[in-house]
Design a protein around this ligand. Structure first.
Ligand SMILES: Nc1ncnc2c1ncn2[C@@H]1O[C@H](COP(=O)(O)OP(=O)(O)OP(=O)(O)O)[C@@H](O)[C@H]1O
Ligand SMILES: [Mg+2]
Length: 240
């Protein structure tokens, strides 16, 4: 059984794609990019989703769960990728079909899990990826507004196994926000070890996942160790 790990958040720009990409790399799992917008994993992987007239992901969704699963693209030091396409935004595929397809594709994978990157907020593709998920990984920044949005988000995810990942955490995180996060999570979900704020990550052109980078320098090594610790927490949640 290949487990489905869906990375989702109500808010944009909180580090979903970076987390999905590193998790997939750390777990040697294929990465499915369900974000039709510029903020998805396809660009991070180095492909321009607007440059291709072909949309194998959309074709596979339209073919349904009995159709041929899309084949991941492969490159050294990156997770295998099933790329997105802008046409996904206009598709009328409903959440149930998305969930059925993802489950069928997961079964056809050789890997122990499959990671899904999503578009922020509610939409049929994200809803399908949530319905199919064995675990939902929710990155969250440590801010008052972010935690208020998270509280609402956790209510919607009540039926799911959730791993919260504090991201872009400053060197000295405000204690009241750390406490607030712990209170929100208590009895509801797991909190993974935090991912620090790595400002250099914003300017970086990615040619390899941090966790797969050969000969990493000090700062990449540190960031990679944080993402590996999150991957361990996700795996633990899957087996709990
Ligand atoms: N731990 C981090 N520290 C600093 N910057 C980060 C960190 N993680 C991600 N970023 C940067 O923040 C920006 C948003 O990250 P990312 O694209 O992963 O978020 P997202 O939630 O997928 O966004 P979107 O909602 O647009 O899809 C990117 O420039 C990324 O490089
Ligand atoms: Mg994204």
């Amino acid at each position: 059984m290949t487990a489905i790990i869906t990375v989702a958040a109500a808010k944009g720009g909180v580090g979903k794609t970076t987390l999905a990409y590193e998790l997939a790399a750390a777990l040697a799992a294929p990465l499915v990019d369900l974000d039709w917008d510029a903020g998805g994993a396809t660009r991070m992987w180095g492909l321009d989703p607007t440059a291709s007239s072909r949309a194998p992901l959309l074709d596979a969704l339209e073919a349904g769960p009995a159709g041929r699963p899309p084949r991941p693209r492969r490159r050294p030091n990156q997770p295998p990728l099933i790329p997105s396409h802008p046409d996904l935004s206009a598709s009328r595929i409903d959440a149930d079909l998305v969930a059925d397809c993802l489950q069928a594709w997961a079964e056809s994978q050789q890997a122990p899990c499959m990671v899904i990157d999503t578009h922020p907020g509610a939409n049929a593709l994200t809803d399908g990826a949530l319905a199919a998920a064995d675990v939902v990984v929710v990155p969250t920044a440590l801010g008052m507004r972010e935690l208020a949005a998270l509280e609402q988000n956790l209510t919607e995810l009540a039926a799911h196994r959730v791993v919260l990942v504090p991201t872009m955490v400053p060197p000295v995180p405000p204690k009241r926000l750390v406490d607030r996060l712990a209170a929100l999570a208590a009895g509801r979900c797991t909190v993974a070890p935090p991912v620090s704020e790595h400002r250099w990550l914003r300017r970086r052109l990615r040619r390899s996942a941090l966790v797969l980078q050969p000969n990493p320098g000090e700062r990449v090594r540190l960031a990679a160790s944080e993402y590996r610790a999150v991957a361990d927490a996700v795996q633990e949640a899957l087996h709990a």
